[in-house]
Design a protein around this ligand. Sequence first.
Ligand code: IVH
Length: 705
Amino acid sequence: MTDKIAVENLTEQEARDELARLARVIAAANTAYHTDDAPEISDAEFDALKARNNRIESLFPHLKRPDSPSDVVGAPTAEGFGKVKHAVRMMSLGNAFDDVEVSEFDGFVCGYLGQPVGSVSYTAEPKIDGLSLSLRYERGKLVQAATRGDGETGENVTENAKTISDIPRQLADAPEILEVRGEVYMSHADFDALNQRQAAQNEKQFANPRNAAAGSLRQLDSEITRARPLRFFAYSWGELSTALAETQFEAIKRLKKLGFQTNSLTKLCQSQDEMLAHYRMIEQQRATLGYDIDGVVYKVNDLKLQGRLGFRSTTPRWAIAHKFPAELAWTRLEGIDIQVGRTGALSPVARLQPVTVGGVVVSNATLHNEDYIAGRDSKGNQIRDGKDIRVGDWVQVYRAGDVIPKIADVDLSKRPETADPFIFPDKCPECGSDAIREEGDAVRRCAGGIICPAQAVEKLKHFVSRGAFDIEGLGAKQVEQFYKDGWISGPADIFTLRERFGSGMQQLKNREGWGEKSANNLFQAIDSKRTISFSRLLFALGIRHVGEAASTLIARHYGQWGLFEQAMQNAAGLSGPDWEELLSIDGIGEVMARSLVTAFSQDSERAGIDALVAHLDIEEAEQPDSAGSPVAGQTVVFTGTLEKMTRAEAKARAEALGAKVSGSVSKKTDILVAGPGAGSKEKKAKELGIRILDENGWLTLIGDA
Ligand code: IVH
């Protein structure tokens, strides 16, 4: 029996057999534990099986099975929580900071739908300052609870969620599949009591109820969670087998009827005035509610309209968070440091005498750039929001949500006589290269490129960060150390670490904080990221202006990495069909497009990308909703007047179905949707023999008629 043989002594054939056996046994144990709620083996035995599987895989990487238990999500492991892929992405919300932005939101919604302003109604409810949780019920039974994570994949915290008394474990009259989403939070009273208990036991105190709630929910031992009084408000849903209602307001009522706590300050509003009045009412009650809220969320009430509005890459078009004004506090500016970021930007950071703002101790704040500090631009003109900030000044700091603290004001009456204007460096403080400010750029940048250690390290830190390669055991600290030791100088080097240092691992093992187990785990974690999605890879490259959302849009548009790379090279001259195509992607502007094309045409940057890609297996991007879509992968052009939807809606809908929408007709066009008044585009399409549909024909084709 292969299960009796020590891993080191397994022959290749035995290893193959043993991996097959482990895959079977672990899958059965998972089912017994998660689906049947009747574990057949102890957690320790389970962990030992998984560890054995992982050890064999690390010795025989080529034998790793497609159904390897090391890739299976949803099972809690000794190292942390299991991962859960959300059936429906968990979104975040766009923000409005004042009445005008709320009005613009309503204007946008009505415009998108082609309806007069004032004709759409919204729900308004408090925005709870906790952490979101998705609860999955199958046939009325709570089967899984998952945190938001990166929106696509969260952590499996089922056992912990079961200890929260606001969360029913069994529902009567629920849809067969029901994912309820809402916020886990801690009340002020419970928070104070918890901190007192922590203090009495010499344990760490929590900075605010949100941190306490997050720390309590993410305990590996659910008995600790049980002892922490957490609560839950339901406000949304994910996958559903049947709709809860026709409107947001009725759906929330239904959730309440099913046994969830819903917020009693949820109101149905018929106009902007009513929305703003409700916001003020909630704001007045804020201090006495007994739990933290940080704004009011408005949601389009009609669920059909929500469906038409759909989502941008990370936020719904049909909802917005109207945030409360940030809290403010005065403190002294003790110094100004200059940090060099991954794109070489020199960022001034205020070192502050620590002060509590909104429940969090703040000791740093961003100072943006040199004009902001000087209060004047390079030509000597007073700039908007420019402050003339000097070391020694009294400054007012504010925090809005998770955003980095900023400086709101300077008290000139308290300025010490010795306070001189700050002189911004013109050399990089890290590598001594010239720090250059280009015409029209507010930011001064180090010209050292990859020879600047700060830029190289920041690029690497970004590369391994959560939204990027997210390599367990290789965080900012380790990257800094490995870089300093000369073990890695660019992303590709991460993937040759095992080759270079793996044998015997003597060098790594001798390092403080590293043992055989952690070194092995690191190599395994790196191996597990050799297969990576297109969008993560692109985001990880840290190309200026190209964030997570843009990376997703680009990945969806091009599908395959090879096609994208080729297109970027073809677009090197910033003209021609590939350049036009890049610009036609909704959400990609000219600045970002230039940055992308430059990254792929500059020799040194390209060489780095090529070296990295050689170690990777890049997954094709999924087309959202496009399974079975009749237009997936096709290029569509809209022209003329559309009567049943606005142009923006038509484009978003087509893209959601996996089509590419282009502004001009060419040989690449598959379908032209021509409304009344179509002119030259229709003529050209006819000449090229392209399929031409009217609006109804298009709606019939995509099943929306
Ligand atoms: S609705 C698709 N409603 O705010 C829309 N979110 O900043 C899903 N939040 O991730 C969100 N209270 O964790 C919604 N009443 C409320 C909320 C709320 C708090 C959180 C939620 C979300 C975050 C976005």
